[in-house]
Design a protein around this ligand. Sequence first.
Ligand code: HEM
Ligand SMILES: [Zn+2]
Length: 149
Amino acid sequence: MYISAQSYPDEEILGLANDVATALSMTMPEVLKAFGQYLFGHLNRTHLGIVEGFNGFADLIMGIDKVIHVEVSKLYHEPNLPEINARLIKNGFILMEYYSKRQLCMCAEGLIYGAADYYNIDVTLNHIQCMHSGFDKCMIEIKYEAENG
Ligand code: HEM
Ligand SMILES: [Zn+2]
């Protein structure tokens, strides 16, 4: 996803985010938002055309696994990609399952905040179950400001 990520063990990234939060007196969600906004912008700039193909926030979220990361896997040799399954429960509410042996669900959260920022909408995330507490996959509830109500 991002150049230096490869050179750090994934567990360390989470530790780093925590340290940044403490050092800057920010909460983890604040740090993740800032990081995710940067990262989403970076991915968008370095993979021109992919994000423009979507028709808003929900469309993009629903297309991460089967469209965005499929394109990514054509561009790179053996990329490390998660399995993401997003279901539209109703307008304004998506339930996302995340699985990756890298357990970078915090990056996923950050990128979701980044996507919301890109479309200029508010989003509330609720990490209802997490691989870091022993579940086989993470579940993230995404409540977003639905376009057109
Ligand atoms: C909200 C939207 C997105 C989410 C939640 C998401 C999630 C993730 C996560 C969590 C990873 C880390 C790998 C892992 O967990 O195993 C990842 C990797 C990656 N994603 Fe995404 N992604 C999103 C959008 C995008 C977009 C828009 C692009 C490009 C246009 C992109 C390109 C990549 C690339 C290049 C990698 C790195 C693969 C590697 O390290 O080998 N993603 N994504
Ligand atoms: Zn998690």
